[in-house]
Design a protein around this ligand. Sequence first.
Ligand code: NI
Length: 393
Amino acid sequence: MPIINRIAEFHADMTKWRRDMHAHPETAFEEIWTSDYINGRLEEIGVDTIERGIAKTGIVATIKGRGDSGRAIGLRADFDALDILEDTGAPHASTIPGKMHACGHDGHTSMLLGAAKYLAETRNFDGDVVLIFQPAEENEGGGRVMVEEGLFDRYPVDAVYGMHNRPGLEVGKMCMRAGPAMAGFDIFEITIHGYGGHAARPHTTVDPIVIQAQIVNALQTIASRTTDPLESVVVSITQVHGGDTWNVIPQKVVLRGTVRAFKTEIQDRTETAMLKLCTNVAAAFAATVDVRYERRYPPLINDENHIDLCADVARDLVGESNVDTNSAPVMGSEDFAFMLQEMPGAYVNLGNGVGENGGVFVHNPGYDFNDEALPVGASYWARLVETVLKRSA
Ligand code: NI
C-alpha cells in the first residue's frame, strides 16, 4: 500500500506549511510565531480541542474517532530550530539571521498537521488521538518540561509515538530498532583545587595543571577498564581551563565534558567511577576536587512490541524491503526519551533522501527537510492511528 491518496492531495498544503515554518525558525521556548502558526492550522483543520501553553509554547490537540472505546494514543512532533546561520540558498530560507530549521522539525510538524487534517476529516478510528506539538527539543528538554507539567495526567494515553527524519536514507524508506536506540547524555564539570605559587618554586605549590593531566588520563579507564567491553560508553573531556601567565602555577583548573551511554546503569557507574577517580587522584597529590555531574537526557528505549507494531504499519505503507528494523543505535540524544520513560511507545526514522539535497546531515547549514517525504510521514501517522485504534467490525 503506497501513501494514502487523500493525504497525497494535501502535499501542496504540507509543503507550504513546512516552508512557512522553515522561513520563521525559532529556538527553545521562544517559538511564539511557530506556535501561533500551528494553532491557526489546527483551527482550520477542525480538531476537537486545542490547549496551548504546556511548556510555554507547546500545544496539545485532540481528535475524537467514531465510537468510544476509551483508548487513546499520542503522536509527537517537535517544532524548534537551531542557532545556525542558514546556507541553503533555498527560496524559503530562514528570514531570521543565525537561526535555522537545521534538524527538520519544520517537516515533523507539517507531517503531523497533514495527518491531523486527514484524521479529522475521516475519523476512521475508535478512541482519541492526542497530537503533541513540542517545543525546545534541542538542548533544553521541552519534552521533559511537557511531562513535568502533567502532559500524560491531563491527556492519558495508552502509548506515545515519535518520528525523526534521517538524511542518507532514501525517501520512502524507514528504519527503527527495539531497545536502546539513542544514547543518554550527561555533562560534567571537575574543579581541581591546588595551591598556587611561583612557577620556579613548584615544590611549594600543589600544582593543579599536573593533577589535571593525571585525571584526564585516569578518566580514559572508565571506558577501557570500568565498563564491560560489550557495553558502550563515551567519556569526552571537551574543555580545560586553567592558568593565566608564564610564571604562575594557578590555584585551580576546571575540566568539562560529556558522557554518552545507552543504559542508565552505565551512566550511574560512570558517575561513581568519575567521582572516585577524581577524588583519589587529587588526594594522591594533596589536592581536592569538586565534581558536578548532571543528567541531561536519558537513553531513548523503544518498546519491542510497539516497534513491531510500527514496523508492520511501515511495511504495509512502503513495502517490506523498505523497512529496516535493525538499524544501528546512534550516540545522538533525543528528549522524546522522557516521554518514553512515562509511557510505552516507539520512535522511528523516516528517509530524508540521499545525494545532493536530501543527504546533507542534520545540524549542517546546508541541510533542508525533503518535502517529498511529507506524504510518507503523514500517511504513516494516519495508518498507525487506524491500526492501533482500529474500529471493531
Ligand atoms: Ni531533531
